[in-house]
Design a protein around this ligand. Structure first.
Ligand SMILES: C[S@@+](CC[C@H](N)C(=O)[O-])C[C@H]1O[C@@H](n2cnc3c(N)ncnc32)[C@H](O)[C@@H]1O
Length: 277
């Protein structure tokens, strides 16, 4: 059965209320120019909750327990989750070229490297990182991969991607680290267990005052998420992440992002790559 849905309109006042909640809870800035985008994205929630308009949705958010119940479903629809395997590959080339013996201050062999992909979306970033680290050195590694959206994390855990999504992965990595679906009608690939077991996924909001990453990290990837935040929020997030970075560890941000004016113990080593001093 084909169902017809009427598109609910968002008034400017409703937009102000909703964008205010999104900013407060997730740090995501929604200027008025994004009103139509927000309107489209939130339609899904109205339908799922069988609500007739945004006034009812706002009423639900302000009802007792309403916001906490709706927070994560809302995050699923308001976040932009664009990602790719080997996205911004200069970061991975940098890791391949590092002298790991000197990084570890002795033989790298047998050492454990801890990394964090702090807005990992559907998993392409942490899986790429794991494959590159596996190829790069004789040391072992563990990756914590976190995101606000539970929906993308569910996809990340399955580690199943279409052939199209896996296209940026170099052939020898594909042959070594991916499993092919046996059904030729479904061109899907799955990240193999050797890589999957290196990555632990967890839901985490970068706005939380304390980010529990379970210890200090050698590498932190925080790429293509700062662009959704305003400058003070970007600085707060980077400050919190920096506190989780080991001295000498590296922080990677997205190519259209900049943190150079933040007063933090970070030294830029390349464009968008920083080292904790
Ligand atoms: C555009 S994707 C970037 C993915 C990946 N880092 C990359 O560069 O390909 C941005 C991700 O940030 C996440 N995100 C947005 N706000 C967040 C927040 N407050 N806390 C944690 N993750 C957030 C989104 O859910 C989304 O998956």
């Amino acid at each position: 059965m084909v169902q017809n849905y009427t598109l609910c309109r968002l008034t400017n006042q409703e937009f102000d209320t909703l964008s205010g909640i999104i900013y407060e809870q997730f740090g995501i800035k929604m200027p008025l120019a994004k009103k139509t985008l927000l309107e489209c994205r939130l339609q899904k929630r109205l339908r799922a909750l069988e609500l007739e308009n945004f006034a009812q949705y706002i009423e639900l958010l302000f009802s007792s327990g309403g916001l906490s119940q709706e927070l994560f479903p809302m995050a699923n629809v308001v976040t932009t989750n664009k990602t790719d395997f080997f996205r911004e590959s200069a970061h991975f080339d940098f890791l391949k070229s590092l002298n790991w013996d000197s990084y570890f201050g002795g033989e790298a062999k047998g050492k454990m490297l801890k990394a964090w992909s702090a807005a990992c979306s559907s998993g392409e970033e942490p899986y790429t990182l794991s494959m590159v680290l596996k190829e790069t050195g004789e040391f072992d590694h563990q990756i914590l991969a976190t995101d606000l959206s539970q929906e993308v994390l569910q996809k990340a855990v399955t580690a199943i991607y279409s052939e199209e999504r896996v296209r940026p992965v170099p052939l020898h990595y594909k042959q070594k680290y991916f499993l092919k679906n046996k059904d030729p009608k479904k061109p899907l690939l799955r990240v193999g267990p050797e890589i999957r077991k290196k990555v632990t996924f967890r839901q985490m909001n970068l706005m939380d005052s304390e980010l529990d990453a379970g210890g200090k990290m050698d590498l932190i990837f925080c790429r293509n998420v700062l662009i959704y935040f305003d400058r003070p929020t970007q600085e707060k997030v980077i400050r919190k992440l920096c506190a989780h970075l080991k001295v000498g560890g590296y922080l990677f941000i997205g190519h259209s992002e900049s943190i150079s004016d933040f007063r933090l113990p970070l030294v830029q080593v390349k464009s968008t790559i920083y080292r904790k001093s």
